[in-house]
Design a protein around this ligand. Structure first.
Ligand code: 6PG
Length: 473
């Protein structure tokens, strides 16, 4: 029997996806650079379904039914190009190469174009959910041609997570659309994590709670509108005690956050597209600041406020509101970026559908995503999520507490770049006038860069060095 799908690259993600396909009744061809991994998979999990173990690239390709569906699960970057170079010559028009790694969408666009010229569909696919998701149901974000999705979609929808019976997989759009959306998913993931970290820091530094107590706060939050995977695991991490020292686990972990790059890409891309994603950027920078041990050591003795933690029991409630409001901002920024990318590259991404496939399987899965789907269903052309009825009301209800929390953080010297920048974004967008008018005046003063007026069309320049009359520019 020929295999419906093949997986090459059997590290943990590839192995678990292969098992997931097999568990859903699909025959899966297996290939890995070293055959030991292939053998180990069949030995350990061979009884979970139908696997065809292969050794050479030619054997692997021959094991697949046509059109072939060949999934590559290798480390994003040069390894992906190497695997493509190895397999593409063995494929025929109509075959599909599915890249399930965290590739940069620009690489995916390049690869898709090159392979399209050979008649091969290249399907750059975002896969979220880590090891566990890969095995039991990830969220899957495939790009590439609509034609490839017709053949591939049913398999992906089969193995994806389901929420209310709806699979967390859909065709995102042509070429790099899938990897672009996965990139923004990760940017939002960074922002979500940073906001949660700030909430923890505030509950500890401003309300004086211990990690185990904060775990309880997060557990309670997880029964309400903040219900999500990240809140759930936060409670688990905070409740954990280090076996060696008997101290809270969070107190023995080195406080320097690492990153593999997708959050940074989200911000770099946003800068190129001219989309303000301050909340996501602050999350990337917060990790960066934490990692600068040299700067932190140098600055360690600088003075801080004299005030101590004094906040009472109502504070946790205020932090919950600030967190929910800031989270709405992070998602609004992320969705703005997807909309801008979609317009730039002509992808026609259905924003509501993205929220739908993020409801399950992925790291940012959350109850709240239903609200985003509803918002885009109600108005697909909405300029910003913030003005949707539900979100506008939630922000309005939260704003007093949000301001209180940011002010408290500033007074007590607890850094809250995520909360603060989210609030600044909110206040900037709703402002009647922004001081950008002054910026324009300065630019015109020192560089004759010209400005536009509120009362007349055209570009103007003031003769700053002369009699300060205004001229059409
Ligand atoms: C997911 C995750 C995953 C990502 C890690 C690492 O959706 O399953 O986003 O794809 O690789 O979360 O991210 P950092 O190492 O950059 O934190």
């Amino acid at each position: 029997d020929k295999a419906q799908i093949g997986v090459t690259g059997l590290a943990v993600m590839g192995r678990n996806l292969a098992r997931n396909f097999a568990r859903h009744g699909h025959t899966v061809a297996l290939h890995n650079r070293t055959t030991a991994k292939t053998k180990a998979l069949v030995e350990e999990f061979g009884d979970e379904g139908a696997f065809v173990a292969t050794e050479t690239a030619a054997e692997f390709v021959a094991a697949l039914e046509r059109p072939r569906r060949l999934m590559i699960m290798v480390k994003a970057g040069p390894a992906t190009d190497a695997v493509i170079a190895e397999f593409a010559p063995l494929l025929e028009p109509g075959d599909m190469i599915i890249d399930g790694g965290n590739a940069h969408f620009a690489d995916t666009r390049r690869r898709e174009k090159a392979l399209r010229e050979q008649g091969i569909h290249f399907v750059g696919t975002g896969v979220s959910g880590g090891e566990e998701g890969a095995l039991n149901g990830p969220s899957i974000m495939p790009g590439g041609s609509a034609e490839s999705y017709e053949s591939l979609g049913p398999l992906l929808e089969d193995i994806a997570a389901k929420v209310d019976g709806v699979p967390c997989a859909t065709h995102v759009g042509p070429d790099g659309a899938g990897h672009f959306v996965k990139m923004v998913h990760n940017g939002i993931e960074y922002a979500d994590m940073q906001l949660i970290a700030e909430s923890y820091d505030l509950l500890r530094g401003a309300a004086g709670l211990e990690p185990a107590e904060i775990a309880e706060v997060f557990r309670t939050w997880n029964t309400g509108r903040l219900e999500s995977y990240l809140i759930e695991i936060t409670a688990e991490v905070l409740a954990h005690t280090d076996a060696a020292t008997g101290r809270p686990f969070v107190d023995v972990v080195l406080d320097q956050a690492e990153q593999k790059g997708t959050g940074r890409w989200t911000v770099q891309t946003a800068l190129d597209l001219g989309v303000p994603v301050g909340g996501i950027a602050e999350a990337v920078f917060a990790r960066s600041v934490s990692g600068h041990a040299d700067l932190r050591k140098a600055a360690h003795g600088l003075p801080g406020p004299a005030r101590r933690a004094t906040e009472g029991s109502g504070f946790a409630d205020q932090v919950e509101r600030a967190l929910y409001a800031s989270k709405i901002i992070a998602y609004a920024q992320g969705f703005h970026e997807i909309a801008a990318g979609s317009a730039e590259y002509g992808w026609d991404v259905d924003l509501g559908a993205m929220a739908t496939i993020w409801r399950g399987g992925c790291i940012i899965r959350a109850r709240f995503l239903n609200r985003i789907t509803d918002a885009y269903r109600a108005d697909p052309a909405m300029a910003t999520l913030l003005t949707d009825d539900h979100f506008a009301q939630a922000l309005g209800d939260a704003q007093d507490a949000w301001r209180e929390v940011v002010a408290t953080a500033a007074r007590l010297g607890v850094p809250t770049p995520g909360f603060s920048s989210a609030l600044a974004y909110y206040d900037s967008l709703r402002a009647d006038r922004l001081p950008a008018a002054l910026t324009q005046g300065q630019r015109d003063f020192f560089g004759a860069h010209t400005y536009r007026r509120t009362d007349r069309d055209g570009a103007f320049h003031t003769l700053w060095a002369g009699d300060r009359t205004e001229a059409d520019a």
